[in-house]
Design a protein around this ligand. Structure first.
Ligand code: TGC
Ligand code: FAD
Length: 390
């Protein structure tokens, strides 16, 4: 049986509302029932468990904070965070699907879309009838998306889109892609590209050792005719995609806590049960050091992230504050996964436990949505006023 207990060393639950706790419990129950029992096999097979999409939609994990008038769950930012935390306790790949759908597809349509685009797409994205993806990264432009080469030209009653995106989560099966491309003046805009459009293809990326239960692919645009009404009119420039990333990075900061909790909880239980030299390994100082440092780091991350959630609810969270939490929490989870794996000894390398899968998943999470280095440079620029990227 899955005995998972969420550590709450500083009584953080006192700071949550009853609604927050109910939402967290519902997500946790769903993850225990639907994700944990099957996820290892899907990861081993490098397959995305598509049958989970309906459950994610029913949980409200597609657009938790999108207003109800557009089919979203209308929840606050802390609820969004708690949903991401619980999903990532199961697997970062499933959380990725929820992050992309909510913050990288629904968010730009909600914030930058026309009323007609909102009404047309948001309810169907919320119900899972449509699945989206987000195309920013290109083969030659990852950390520096401002250099993108994908472009569109005005062809009278439509636009003609050309270029390619790489490393796109959900691309192989997405119905809708939010694609960032430059106009004739080099200004970045968001375009809604639909699966049926001629010249649009989405080959899958294989041979990943990380996020194996998530489908990743390319977006290739070969003279794709995009109707003019599919351009997001509300915002352009690099700040438009970066605004979506703020929302997704915030969710990832919470999600990483979920992966860390699962590793810690598994390692703690194992250490109490595993007997070597006539006593539980939990009774040795070395293993206690590992476990004590884990719970300390999880607690610090929880406090950081809950405060960030409060700021976000008040619309006061800065991009740099979000970067700090994303960077700190993903590194924290990654360190915990490595230490936890060692506590399990040889058992830790098997798929009988979730730790090694989390550890490998976190290698993607520490790279996507802004690498660990980039987030440090964002903090550096914020505190010094000096941009060190270029
Ligand atoms: P820079 O000159 O700093 O900024 C350009 C314009 O953007 C504005 N801006 C932001 N606006 C909103 N939110 C933010 N976070 C913003 N950061 C910057 C800025 O004010 C400026 O506006 P304006 O009006 O003056 O033009 O841009 P730069 O070219 O120097 O680059 C900055 C840098 C390196 C921080 C940025 O490009 C960056 O964050 N790079 C990392 C790329 C990245 O995160 N890619 C993620 C792709 S999506 C993904 O990974 C999905 S994973 C799947 C999943 O989520 O599960
Ligand atoms: P690069 O930018 O080439 O960086 C390589 C190394 O150089 C990194 O260590 C980086 O930190 C370092 N570096 C770069 N610039 C600097 C600098 N100025 N100073 C110091 N060091 C620097 N993208 C999307 O658009 N949509 C998606 O859905 C999506 N999903 C993804 C799913 C997975 C599984 C993965 C792995 C990636 C995904 N990405 C997605 C892409 C992701 O956002 C990029 O991988 C990321 O932004 C980094 O770009 P890059 O891989 O090209 O690395």
């Amino acid at each position: 049986p899955d005995l998972f207990q969420a550590p709450d060393y500083y009584n953080m639950d006192d700071l949550l509302s009853e609604e927050h706790k109910l939402i967290r419990q519902a997500t946790r129950d769903w993850v225990k029932k639907e994700v944990s029992p099957i996820i290892e096999q899907y990861a081993q097979n490098a397959e995305f468990p598509k049958h989970l999409l309906q459950g994610l939609a029913e949980l409200g994990a597609f657009g938790p904070y999108i207003p109800q008038e557009y089919g979203g769950a209308g929840l606050d930012q802390i609820s969004y965070g708690l949903i991401m935390q619980e999903i990532e306790r199961g697997d970062s790949g499933i959380r990725s699907t929820a992050s992309v759908q909510s913050s990288l597809v629904m968010y730009p349509i909600w914030k930058y879309g026309s009323e007609q685009q909102r009404k047309k797409f948001l309810p169907k994205l919320s119900s899972g009838e449509l699945i989206g993806c987000f195309g920013l990264t290109e083969p030659n432009h990852g950390s520096n998306p401002g250099g993108m080469e994908t472009k569109f030209t005005d062809a009278g009653d439509h636009y003609l889109l050309n270029g390619a995106k790489l490393w796109i989560s959900n691309a192989p099966f997405a119905d809708l892609a939010v694609v960032w491309a430059k106009d004739e003046n080099g200004r970045i805009h968001g375009l809604l590209v639909e699966r049926y459009m001629e010249g649009f293809s989405t080959p899958e990326t294989h041979n990943k050792w990380s996020l194996r239960a998530s489908a990743t692919g390319e977006l290739i645009f070969d003279n794709v005719k995009v109707p003019k009404e599919n351009l997001l009119p509300g915002k352009n420039g690099l700040g438009a995609p970066l605004g979506c990333l703020d929302s997704a990075r915030y969710g990832i900061a919470w999600g990483a806590i979920g992966a860390a909790m699962d590793c810690y909880d598994t390692a703690l239980r194992y250490a109490k049960e595993r007997i070597q030299f006539g006593k539980p390994i939990a009774a040795t100082q070395l293993q206690q050091k590992k476990l004590a440092e884990m719970i300390t780091e999880i607690t610090k991350a929880q406090l950081l992230t809950l405060r960030l959630g409060q700021l976000k609810n008040e619309d006061r969270a800065s991009s740099s504050q979000i970067s700090m939490a994303k960077r700190n929490n993903v590194q924290m989870a990654s360190d915990i996964a490595r230490e936890a794996r060692q506590i399990l000894g040889a058992m830790g390398i098997t798929g009988d436990f979730s730790i090694m899968r989390h550890m490998m998943n976190l290698e993607s999470v520490i790279t996507y949505e802004g690498t660990h280095d980039i987030h440090l440079l964002i903090t550096g620029a914020d505190i010094t006023g000096e941009q060190a990227f270029k």
